[in-house]
Structures are given as C-alpha cells and as structure tokens.
Ligand binder design. Sequence first.
Ligand SMILES: Nc1nc2c(c(=O)[nH]1)N[C@H]1C(S)=C(S)[C@@H](COP(=O)(O)OP(=O)(O)OC[C@H]3O[C@@H](n4cnc5c(=O)[nH]c(N)nc54)[C@H](O)[C@@H]3O)O[C@H]1N2
Ligand SMILES: Nc1nc2c(c(=O)[nH]1)N[C@H]1C(S)=C(S)[C@@H](COP(=O)(O)OP(=O)(O)OC[C@H]3O[C@@H](n4cnc5c(=O)[nH]c(N)nc54)[C@H](O)[C@@H]3O)O[C@H]1N2
Ligand code: SF4
Ligand SMILES: [Mo]
Length: 668
Amino acid sequence: MVTEKRSFCRLCGSFCAFIATVEDNRITAIRPDADDPVSRGYMCLKGMALGRLHHHPNRLDQPYMRVDGRLSEVKWDAALDDIAGKLRSIIDRHGPQAIGAYAGTPAVPCASLNVWRGFMASLGSPQIYSTVSVDVACGPLVAERVTGSPMMIAQPDSDTRMAVLIGINPMVSHGHNYFMPAPKLQLKQWADQGELWVVDPRRTETAELATHHLAPWPGSEFALLGHAVREILRDGADRDFIETGVAGIDALRDAVDRFTLDEAARLTRLPAEALTGFVAAIRRAGRIGVVCGTGISMGAHANATWFLGWALMGVTGSLDRPGGSYFNPGFARNYAEQGWTPMDTTGPGPASRPDLPSRLGEYPCAALADEIEAGNLKALFIIAGNPVLALPDTGRLLAAFAKLDLLVVVEMMETATTAEATHLLPGTGQLEMSDITLWDFLNPLEYARYAERVVEPVAGRRPLWWMLREIGRRIGVDSGVPDTVVHDDDVIRPMLPHARAGFDVIRQSPAAVVGGRTHGWVAPHLPGGRWNLGPADLLAQVATADMDGADMVLTPQRQRARVNGLMNDGLANPRRPERPELHINPGDAAAMGIAEGEMVRVETDRGHVDVPARIERRYRPGVVSLPHGFDQANVNHLTDARDTDPLSGMPTLGAFPVRVRKRPADNP
Ligand SMILES: Nc1nc2c(c(=O)[nH]1)N[C@H]1C(S)=C(S)[C@@H](COP(=O)(O)OP(=O)(O)OC[C@H]3O[C@@H](n4cnc5c(=O)[nH]c(N)nc54)[C@H](O)[C@@H]3O)O[C@H]1N2
Ligand SMILES: Nc1nc2c(c(=O)[nH]1)N[C@H]1C(S)=C(S)[C@@H](COP(=O)(O)OP(=O)(O)OC[C@H]3O[C@@H](n4cnc5c(=O)[nH]c(N)nc54)[C@H](O)[C@@H]3O)O[C@H]1N2
Ligand code: SF4
Ligand SMILES: [Mo]
C-alpha cells in the first residue's frame, strides 16, 4: 500500500517540513512541503537523503554485547540483564554518581530522546554531559548574565536594517542556535533592504550574498566589536534606551575603552578603514541585529565576543525591537507569559577538574576523560552521540573509554564510538519516532508542528524510553517513564505544560500552528527591568582578551552534505562526496611547496593528523580548516581538553595554532 505522511526533518534545528511516500513500510520518496509556512518548500540535500539514511546498510537492527573482546549480537533480555547486573554492582561499590550519560546533538531536537534526563535525575548522578559544552557553551552563559535567563537568544529581526553574521554560515549550516530554514530568502531580504555584513576568515556562501565581508584574524572579533561599542558609546548610541532599559553601562564603557582604532587594528589585523567603515554602517543603520555562530563559540574568546555582540545591540537600542533584533518566546515554551526567575546556573564542577564549573546542571565534556581517569566515572551511557569524533583530545578519550566497566551506546548506525561500546543498543531513528517542535524558539517564527512517525520500527529497534524503563526496572530505579507509556506521544505530551495550544490541537493540525512574531516582551521579565551590560566576570574577560600572534590557525567549518559525524559516505551527494581535506589558501600552500591533493601533516602539541591538501581561495592567508566528524582524519586528535574557558567550561576547538608541513616520508 502506498501512503503519504507529513513529517519534519530533525537533522538540524530548522525543522524543514516534508512529505514522505511510504510503500509497505519503506520510504520511497521525500519531498519538501511547499505549503509549510515556516520552511516554505525548502529542504537541503541532507534532509532529502533521510529516506536513504533510514534504509542505510549500516543501520543497527539488534543489540550487541562485548563477549571475549568482540561485539556479538544478543537478545534484548541478555543485553539488558547484563547492563543491569553491572550497574547494580557499580552502584553498590561506588554509588550512583559513578554512572554518567553523554547526549549528542540529536537528543535535543528529538523530543522523546529527552527522557534520558529524567532517568539521570532519578539515579541521582551529577555525571551529565551533552554537546552544549562543546558547541555553544558561551551562548547560555552570556544570555544568563545579561537577562537572567540562559534561554534568551537574540536573532537579527527578519527586517533588521543591518544584519551582522559573525562566524556563522547559514547557507551551509542553516544556522546555529538561531536557525534559518530557507536561508537564501532571508539573506537576500537583508541585503536588498539594508546591509548584510559577514565576518568570516572564509569567503563563505553566505558572504557571497552579503553587502560587506570582513575577514579579521580568527578569534580577534572581540576587538572588532569592542571598538564598535566604544565608538558608538561616544557617538551614535540610543541614549533613551540606555537610560531607561540598560544597567552597567559605565562598567561596559570602561572595559571597551582599550579598543582604540590602533589597538583594534593590531588585534584584528584589519586595515583601519575596515573598522571605521563598520562603525559608520552601524551609525547609518541605527538599529542592528548581531548573531554569532560556531566560528566564535569554538574559539578562546567566545564569551567576550558573544557578549560584545549583545552589548552592541544594547547601545544601539536594538534589543527586542523591530528593525533590530528579535527574541522568539517560543510557542511551546511560551517565555513571554511564563517569564523566569533570574538565575545563575553555574555550579561546582567535577572533582577531577577544579578549574571547571558545572553549567546548566551539566559537567563540561572537557572533563569526561579526567573523570574516568580519576575513577569517578565507571559507567557511561551515550545517547545519540559520537564523542570519539566530537570531543577534544581523541587519543586520551579513547584510552579513558577503555577503562570503563560499562559503555552503553544507544545508536542508529555503526560509528567510531559504537566500536568502543561494551553494549550497543539499536535505537529508533527520526522517521520511526513521533515528534513535536520543542525548540521553535530558536527559529524565526513562533510555531508548533507535530509529526507522527513515518514508518513502524523494524527488527530489534526500540525507543529510548522503553530501554530506560527496562533498565530502571531491573536495577530498582524509577526511570521516570511510567508503565502507562506505550507510544512516543505519551512521553511528549507532558513536555508541553506551557504551550500556547494543547498537545492534541497541535497534533491534529495538518500544518504548523503559527503564532506570529512578538516584539518587546523581554524587558518586563529582566531583573530590575534592565538588560545588564555590565556583568563583572564577562567584562573582566573583555578587558583582558588578547591574541597570541600565531601565524597559522585552524578553524572549524560545516559542510553541505554531512552533519557532524553522519553521512560521511557521500549519502547526500554521491556525485561529489565531501572528503577529509585540509583547506588551505593558495599563497600559504605555495610558500610551503604543497600541491593540491598532496598529503600534509597538521600538528599541535596534542597530536597530528595526516590529510590531503585542498587549495581553497575562500580562506584568508594564515587560516586552514579541517572539518570535524571524519573518522579517517579526526581533527580532535589536535585539540586539548585542558585548554578550557573557566566560566563556560568550553574547550578551544576553533582558531587554535597549528603547524602544517608536507607529510614526512613514511620511513625517514
Ligand atoms: N573539533 C571540533 N569538534 C567539534 C565541533 C567542531 O566544529 N570542531 N563541533 C561540535 C558540535 S557543534 C557538535 S554539535 C558536536 C557533535 O557531537 P555529537 O552529537 O556527539 O556528534 P554527531 O556526529 O552529531 O553524533 C550524533 C549521533 O547520533 C546518531 N543519531 C541520529 N539520530 C538518532 C536517533 O534518532 N536515535 C539515536 N539513538 N541515534 C541517533 C547518529 O547516527 C550520530 O552518530 O561536535 C562538536 N565537536
Ligand atoms: N550541513 C551541515 N549543517 C549543519 C551541521 C553540519 O555538520 N552540516 N551541523 C549543525 C550543528 S551541530 C551546528 S552547531 C551548526 C553550526 O552552524 P554554523 O556556526 O553556521 O557552522 P558553519 O557552517 O561551520 O559556520 C561557521 C563559520 O565560522 C567560520 N569561522 C571559523 N572560525 C572562525 C573564527 O575564528 N572567526 C570567525 N569570524 N569565523 C570563523 C567558518 O569559516 C564558517 O564559515 O550547524 C548545524 N548545521
Ligand atoms: S536545513 Fe536540511 S538538515 Fe536542516 S532541517 Fe532542513 S532539511 Fe533538515
Ligand atoms: Mo552543534
């Protein structure tokens, strides 16, 4: 029988709507939903490949367990009994705090995967890790300091007069933190009706649509923004907004005073005219929208730069105002009505890393290897994640994983991480899960959309809630999943206590339920009714941020047809698969005598990676890039889990110094 099912893609936060054709529980076609008011008939290559991903030969169908060093297929009961037995003995000897969980990116957009948090809460273990601490740890930190809530995200308004995109490439990524379905439509609108500035060491696909592109030295953007804040405070600031709506302005003024034109030019390595041109554009526009991406959040000065973006919107009176920036209160979260109690979610960090905090109730991923090495962590659940490729200092992490008594990986596919598992549990994939958009507040519209599962799970694949309930029952811990749960809907329904429409209304609606765009709702909820632009710890970082004078740095980038460690085999663009390559500027390559395709060695003090060179005019001189997520050439062999930010706990994964040379002869 042939049927059509509406659904939405959860490979990134844009949640593009599509219609799947299903024949006998097989997906035969996927086409974008032209009527959807949010994604407007747009889907990228990766979303279009969801059907092929679903039927991929590497999909896991049965549980596996390590027996005599080898992963062998077993029955569910055997795997669960063995896991439970080991958990019990770990709890008896070391307590529940020796059990941890790491959740990967898909555990965020897939609502029913969120049950792992309830399980960990019942267990009473603080060993909670997620990709937030290797992705955008600075974002919630800065939001919390400025607004009292870690969940506030400033987006350039859809009709902002000047959009400033720093280290973000929505034409490829569709956004970061703030997502952008159908990115070209929005980018062109900004460029056509105002100005679109892109700040990136790479002349990106987004930069090609921009009215202006700046390529400062990677990691120095705090100085570009600091200089602009300084100059706008002298001439061009929105005095009324500052007087009535902002706190801490004197402290901000003092902290940015160091960013004179000369100093900013020295730090950014930009000509003075580029800096004065940027300030002049801000004065012309009056109101602006600034957004940063992973190009900033992975870098050593992430907090300072992210914060100065907010500060620049603050001094221009652009925060939460039309023509400036927009804050989506969320259809599901409904922050405009719910508000928040001002919070500081920084807490004590893990024992083995006294230099690190916990944030948002989680330990930083940078501490994972330390916690295992110190014997504090004996068992780890990995939920829809690939830490072997995603976390810093792979060599050390692999050695630490080998010391665990139990490494339970809940996955869809075989990955570099499943190869390390003691137990491998086959999860349902997104087309086998019903879902709802809990994260619309990261999108440019306030809306809700439900998707019923497109196909029934086959073979031994099971939902995560079922696995956790089975394990909880066996070890006598309340998994947080009641026996009454028989369908994904039963776990999703209670996740919407504040939504602007009830679960059943959203579920029964054939299309997205759209709630519009609200401005001016944030200020009434701010502590004292004011945006705090003078948080002491962030300003201390602004006042002391400096550059180390490196002459070659490595920066991160996403690629069109892969998502992190997924789709490395060219699934989404078989004709031009993206391979691991070191992207290098032609001048740098020539100076080192490196030819296109030649093997080069990239080195840091942590390790090295050998990879073919790809000559790329898009990069500015001195900047190379090796995208993350490749098993064969894993950039995280170069990164250091000890090189962390003390406030956010984030390791430096971007704009770090590297040495590049031709690969030494195999037998020197
Ligand atoms: N050096 C460096 N390191 C980085 C980055 C970088 O730019 N540079 N980027 C960082 C960022 S931003 C991120 S988000 C992380 C990514 O870190 P991770 O999220 O750990 O990595 P992914 O490769 O996205 O792994 C997700 C896994 O979930 C599986 N999966 C997908 N859907 C489902 C599902 O429905 N159920 C189950 N059970 N499994 C599913 C996929 O098969 C995939 O293997 O990496 C970070 N690490
Ligand atoms: N196709 C695709 N889409 C994805 C993903 C994917 O893997 N593939 N991953 C998803 C995830 S998990 C995330 S977190 C988002 C990330 O979304 P984005 O942050 O938009 O990620 P990128 O597309 O890599 O864009 C980052 C840009 O920052 C630039 N950059 C790097 N270092 C610096 C620097 O030091 N300074 C400045 N100014 N710029 C710098 C890079 O050149 C790049 O153009 O994308 C999501 N969407
Ligand atoms: S932009 Fe691509 S990956 Fe992101 S939701 Fe849309 S189709 Fe999926
Ligand atoms: Mo990410």
